[in-house]
Design a protein around this ligand. Structure first.
Ligand code: G3I
Length: 349
């Protein structure tokens, strides 16, 4: 199976290159064949990419972003530090720019993210808060942002990265001050502000079944039983070749579906130790195909989002020195084996 697919992917890539529409002609082929989004739509899924405001001046980059994908997520522009830089002073300019771009390209937007321990503004982290004070601050932040984007984003990562690897709650400022109930409160407040938007909890290292995804499973169960508005679980899927493929991904997606929840692969990238070799790029391609097939196999897995689509704008090299090459397009916006594997997994030729 594995070898067959690799051979097929290689053959398809070779054919495309021979036809002059393969690697080396980044934007050219877009109009000649179906896009990843077209292919995903045939399965009732979206296929998206994160993007970030500073990248939007790059013409070839935005051309592909606008043509290949039907969903985008702002990588930073909707985070708390960007949207409420001073207490009670809101600035939605970065998120709005992404929403406007999405509208121009007829793409949908995932909102990311309302409550996270990272990228918080200094005014919030620089002092102590009583529980009633922080509750009020949190509620105002969530409701102002969700109201601003009502009708403009179809889903929100309401709480991001709430658990530690062992399934205990992360000791964020919100958990420490408010206790675990902050999650249900955040979901309820978001729902009040936009009753139609899909509300997600989102995290990394929860692709396979394990202590951290079990914690989400238990929490989701409790929240559903208590009637809290939770609609989906986002599995970030920041994978790394050296740590192995999460073989229980499909089972994991399925168990969340059975709770009546949507799932999505929200921040996909597959990094490797550099230099990238042909063998590593082929293995990476295989993983991209495998995770796509896992999503397609589970009805309520609604879509896949790359954490940006090109190595040119990947967060990986800055955070994991010596690692990179994580995305299906390289730094020159040339398509890599992973791109062709994605097409094939989505049923394209
Ligand atoms: O805005 C400043 C800029 O003024 C300054 O000149 C520059 C110099 O370093 O830094 C800029 O801030 C950077 C910011 O991205 C905006 O570009 C930060 O240093 C950098 O740390 C930050 O990284 C972001 C990271 O979240 C922070 O944890 C990445 O772009 C973003 O892709 C990444 O996304 C997260 C998801 O939100 C949650 N899941 C994990 C994922 C990867 O870390």
């Amino acid at each position: 199976m594995r070898t067959t697919r690799l051979r097929l992917v290689g053959a398809v890539a070779a054919l495309l290159v021979a036809a002059g529409i393969g690697a080396g002609t980044p934007a050219q082929a877009g109009h000649q064949q179906s896009t990843l989004a077209d292919l995903a739509q045939r399965h009732g899924r979206y296929f998206g990419s994160a993007t970030d405001n500073p990248e939007l001046v790059d013409g070839p980059y935005t051309a592909l972003l606008g043509s290949e994908f039907d969903q985008i997520t702002p990588g930073n522009g909707m985070k708390w530090y960007a949207t409420e830089p001073q207490q009670g002073v809101f600035d939605f300019s970065e998120g709005d720019e992404i929403v406007d771009l999405a509208r121009a390209n007829r793409q949908k937007v995932r909102g990311h993210t309302l409550v996270w321990h990272s990228q918080l503004p200094g005014w919030l982290t620089g002092r102590e808060w009583t529980a009633p004070e922080l509750r009020a601050v949190l509620k105002k932040h969530i409701q102002t942002e969700v109201r601003h984007y009502r009708g403009k984003v179809f889903a929100w990562d309401v709480v991001n990265e709430a658990f530690n690897e062992d399934g205990t709650y992360r000791e964020s400022i919100f958990y420490k001050t408010l206790g675990p109930g902050y999650i249900a409160d955040a979901l309820r407040w978001a729902h009040q502000a936009d009753p139609r938007v899909k509300l997600y909890l989102n995290d990394y290292n929860i692709e396979g079944v394990g202590p951290k995804s079990d914690a989400y499973y238990r929490l989701a169960n409790e929240l559903k039983a208590a009637g809290v508005p939770l609609h989906g679980i986002g599995l970030q899927a920041h994978l790394a070749l050296q740590y192995g493929y999460p073989a229980t991904l499909e089972d994991n997606l399925r168990r969340f579906s059975r709770l009546g929840l949507d799932t999505a692969l929200t921040e996909v990238d597959i990094r490797m130790q550099l230099p990238a070799t042909e063998e590593k790029l082929d293995r990476q391609a295989e993983w991209y195909a495998d995770l796509t097939e896992a999503c397609l196999a589970v009805r309520r897995c609604v879509g896949i989002t790359l954490w940006d689509y090109t190595d040119k704008y990947s967060w990986i090299p800055a955070f994991f020195p010596g690692e990179g090459a994580a995305l299906p397009w390289d730094e020159e916006l040339r398509r890599k084996p992973a791109y062709f594997a994605l097409r094939e997994a989505l049923g394209g030729r």
